[in-house]
Design a protein around this ligand. Structure first.
Ligand code: IPM
Ligand code: MN
Length: 353
């Protein structure tokens, strides 16, 4: 394949992990005879600083004319601590999701054999946990009508049947390809929007008779994920619940630096780590590049290139087994490896294979 990739490094540790993702993608392309052209765009705080807009038109155009986007992270404390700021880096990410119609965010939660004891949860609870959270990404409170004054503020959890149906379909189809168990996570005992989710899901169930569908309130799901994560195969949920539950999910793997995601929908798909920009670590060469590198594996798999994805996963597993890991994993014990060293080790593995 001839890949045209838009690379959006963003802020904080974004640029450092981005380099590792790009190098791994280039190495895999070379190894399998694909060609790849990387073009860079600005997004987030760095784009606000440069042109006053967290998702400039040029970046949107670049994304639209590419086959895929390799995104890293956005965010900067100078905006977090200023509630009066008119533009925020995160708006760049939200604008990208909305403008590219990326309604389905696929967030796999998996465990890595040699890291089981890194999880703060007991081995017997997390060992073998492996599920996918499908998060609706362009609706709900994130995008519903908002109002903000000194005395009153609200966000609206707005969902249409069409939005619900298309994301549930993604959930049912993923379940069908996996262990045929779909959990619809909502808060139908309280929220009108959730009741519509549940109604639509129940109406769709007969189209997927091979899938066992169950319904769980989000508070209960948050508890179940920690008590018995192996219960889940595919979970599908609205934007806000999915945001919260996937941070919780990263605890199961042992580090937030390990989880990649894919955002897909109407236009160019975006592949990105689920973690943020970790500004405190910027420039220190300590950020874990694996979530970014695994998002490159998801990119290949999206295009049906399973072998390419498999080689990346194998290289990542090998690096973990060899103890070539950043301090979030090694806990500052043993030999220290930085972002660059872990990336270079994985590239080398791919070249030699
Ligand atoms: C995520 C992030 C974003 C979100 C932020 C940075 C806007 O937390 O991708 O999970 O809330 O969606
Ligand atoms: Mn989040």
């Amino acid at each position: 394949m001839n890949f045209k990739i838009a690379v959006l490094p963003g802020d904080g540790i974004g640029p450092e992990i981005s380099v590792q993702g790009v190098d791994v993608m280039a190495a895999v392309c070379e190894r399998f005879g694909h060609t790849v052209e990387f073009k860079y765009g600005i997004v987030g705080a760095s784009a606000i600083d440069a042109v006053g807009d967290p998702f400039p038109k040029e970046t949107l155009e670049l994304c639209k004319e590419s086959d895929a986007v390799l995104f890293s992270a956005v965010g900067d404390p100078k905006f977090d601590n200023d509630p009066t700021a008119k533009v925020r880096p995160e708006q760049g990410l939200l604008a990208m999701r909305k403008q590219l119609g990326l309604f389905a965010n696929i967030r796999p939660v998996e465990t890595f054999k040699c890291l089981i004891d890194k999880s703060p949860l007991k081995r017997e609870i997390v060992d073998g946990a492996n599920f996918i959270c499908i998060r609706e990404l362009t609706g709900g409170m994130y995008f519903g009508k908002k109002f903000e004054s000194d005395d009153v503020a609200y966000d609206t959890n707005h969902y249409t049947r069409k939005e619900i149906e298309r994301i549930l379909r993604v959930g049912f189809e993923y379940a069908r390809k996996r262990n045929k168990h779909l959990t619809v996570v909502d808060k139908a005992n309280v929220l009108a929007s959730s009741r519509l989710w549940r109604k639509v899901a129940q109406e769709m169930e007969p189209q997927f008779p091979d899938v066992k569908t169950d319904y769980m309130f989000v508070d209960n799901a948050a508890m179940k994920m920690i008590l018995d994560p192996r219960f889940f195969d595919v979970m599908v949920t609205e934007n806000t619940f999915g945001d919260i539950l996937t941070d919780e999910g990263s605890v199961i793997s042992g580090s937030m630096g390990l989880l990649p995601s894919a955002s897909t929908g109407e236009s160019t798909p975006v592949f990105e780590p689920i973690h943020g920009s970790w500004p405190q670590a910027k420039g220190l060469n300590i950020a874990n590049p694996l979530a970014q590198i695994l998002s490159v594996a998801m990119l290949f798999e999206y295009f049906g290139l399973a072998e390419e994805g498999k080689l990346i996963r194998e290289a990542v597993d090998a690096s973990l087994d060899a103890g070539v890991s950043t301090p979030d994993i090694t806990g500052n014990k043993g030999t220290q490896y930085g972002t660059r060293e872990v990336g270079a080790w994985i590239v080398e593995y791919i070249r030699k294979k």
